[in-house]
Ligand binder design. Structure first.
Ligand SMILES: CC(C)(COP(=O)(O)OP(=O)(O)OC[C@H]1O[C@@H](n2cnc3c(N)ncnc32)[C@H](O)[C@@H]1OP(=O)(O)O)[C@@H](O)C(=O)NCCC(=O)NCCS
Length: 212
């Protein structure tokens, strides 16, 4: 069965054969020097396709020093976005007003403000309206509950939620999580993933081991 199209900008096809244009395969829609995105990761939003990067990371500029790395098969629901270090105003002085930003050519901006990279693993699901704060790492297979604000790292295969987001529960036992991280199915060839997607939908490690 054909499910994955690495070249599509809009990867979801509706039952009548039309394309659902609000879901965007990020790799094919974003060309941003500070963003690295893996295959098959998608985001749903109602803006124009060319606005995808600025909706997802509104304060990440082409000249920013921080980066966002998003793995493969990441699912990002509507309303979710990343606040990057480049969003910060200077905080050590009496005023947070970003005076230098109004003449970047002459002032050079705020090169001393600390910056942190944001890393989202593979097969991560960000629910509706999730905010990811600067410098966070979200591990492979994690789920972030709707409306959460992620301020600290989230372990692989955790379900986390709230503001600040804390672990609600782990999805699997530690020995299964370690094995899933070793197997890293997201690195298999797309045809193999398509062929065995029903095994990935279930949670029977012995079945998965036969493919690994
Ligand atoms: C995270 C989620 C997957 C958990 O589902 P679940 O395992 O069925 O969760 P439950 O309803 O059994 O709740 C488990 C606990 O998590 C808490 N919780 C659930 N959703 C939460 C949220 N959004 N924020 C904070 N806590 C949440 C519950 O209060 C409950 O806590 P308790 O055990 O102290 O009572 C689900 O709540 C969610 O947020 N899904 C996202 C859906 C979405 O945004 N879809 C967008 C389109 S892709």
């Amino acid at each position: 069965m054909h499910l994955l199209n690495p070249d599509a900008v809009h990867p979801i096809m509706l039952p009548d054969g039309s394309v659902f244009t609000e879901t965007v395969q990020l790799k094919n829609a974003i060309d941003h020097p500070c963003m690295e995105i893996g295959a098959f990761s998608y985001f749903t939003h109602s803006g124009k396709v060319e606005e995808t990067a600025s909706i997802l990371a509104p304060y990440l500029y082409p000249f920013s020093r921080d980066t966002i790395k998003i793995g493969k098969f990441v699912q990002i629901a509507r309303g979710s976005f990343f606040i990057t270090s480049s969003a910060n105003h200077p905080m050590a002085g009496f005023s947070t007003y970003p005076f230098r930003s109004f003449n970047l050519a002459e002032t050079g901006g705020y090169p001393d403000l600390p910056f942190k990279d944001t890393i989202i693993g593979n097969d991560v699901w960000l629910g509706h309206n999730v905010t990811v704060m600067p410098g966070v790492t979200i591990g492979d297979g994690a789920i972030i509950a709707a409306g959460s604000v992620v301020t600290r790292d989230i372990a692989p295969y955790a379900i986390a939620g709230g503001n600040p987001a804390g672990v609600i529960r782990m999805r699997f036992e530690p020995n299964i999580v370690s094995r899933l991280l070793e197997i890293a199915w997201w690195n298999w060839p797309a045809e193999e993933i398509e062929q065995h997607f029903e095994i990935l939908e279930r949670a029977d490690l012995s079945e998965l081991e036969q493919l690994a």
